[in-house]
Design a protein around this ligand. Structure first.
Ligand SMILES: [Ca+2]
Length: 289
């Protein structure tokens, strides 16, 4: 279901024994003895959790598994940076924020004097935060970790693509064609938002229950930029060795980009100090108790 306004959040605290997590689950009403016993994908689609009563991102559990990272030769828009395709295995599930981090969430960090105010262009609230550098984004994750006692961080690049694909091998999580109204990009048929960001969650989620992985704003990830995947880790960890640490990776494309730039496999190089009105981020969290 599309969400054009901030999610109505009614929280209740449960102990998800399988995952050993103390967390709150998003739910419409009432106390439900929710147990993470169904398939993890189903669980992820059904519910999200957050680690504080107000102001923390809603998180989705992404299941363990493996996937092919990068694009196949059959993709006419394949770039050298997306090669070679290689298998990546995630031994454990991990959590990813359901939406791009919003201004509301960012401003909670600003209020705590742990983040700098970020300039908006089209309003704050449930709009994805923009104009944040890589250092700003990682500072937010560190603050969230201190606040909650949990291990928040940026997604690794492999986590990002695995989360974006959500089990698919196509160019987009909905298929090989951009189609109409699937995301906020230039050429996505999202005319209302073509020249600006859209509120978080304005388009359909992918099979993991994650919104706006394609388009809306680019998303910083942890990894140092490498020109291709030669020598990349295969365990889903961030690739931090080699390369120049002042250049990191951004993923997913933005409202301003054409459909080729919002493909699951597409990656770009960004200096850690740049701030753009097309560039935000989302967070990941370890699920260790
Ligand atoms: Ca995005």
């Amino acid at each position: 279901m599309h969400k054009l306004s901030p999610p109505v959040r009614s929280y209740f605290y449960v102990f998800t024994s399988m995952l050993g997590l103390q967390c709150s689950l998003e739910h419409g009403s009432g106390l439900v003895a929710a147990a993470a016993r169904a398939s993890q994908t189903r669980f992820a689609q059904a519910s999200a959790f957050t680690d504080c009563a107000e102001g923390c991102p809603l998180m989705i559990i992404v299941p363990a598994g493996k996937f092919l990272m990068g694009s196949p030769e059959s993709d006419s828009e394949r770039e050298a940076a997306e090669t070679p395709q290689h298998e990546v295995t995630f031994a454990k599930p991990f959590a990813v924020s359901k939406y791009e981090v919003t201004f509301d969430e960012w401003d909670a960090c600003v209020a705590a004097t742990a983040c700098q105010r970020a300039a908006d262009e089209w309003g704050r609230g449930n709009m994805p935060v923009i104009n944040v550098s890589w250092d700003d984004a990682t500072a937010y994750a560190r603050w969230l970790s201190r606040l909650t006692g949990k291990d928040y961080r940026l997604l690794t690049e492999a986590e990002w693509e695995y989360s974006a694909r959500a089990g698919t091998t196509t160019r987009y999580s909905w298929g090989d064609e951009p189609g109409e109204g699937n995301a906020n990009c230039d050429g996505c048929g999202s005319h209302r938002y073509r020249h600006q960001t859209a509120p978080a969650g304005s388009f359909k989620p992918n099979a993991f229950g994650l919104y706006d992985m394609h388009g809306n704003v680019w998303e910083w990830v942890e990894d140092v930029w490498h020109d291709n995947y030669g020598g990349a880790p295969t365990d889903g960890s961030a690739w931090l060795g080699g390369g120049d640490g002042s250049f990191r990776v951004a993923r997913g494309g933005s409202y301003r980009n054409d459909t080729g730039l919002i493909r699951s496999a597409l990656r770009v190089k960004r200096n850690i100090n740049v701030k753009f009105d097309t560039l935000g981020f989302r967070v990941a969290r370890e699920l260790t108790p």
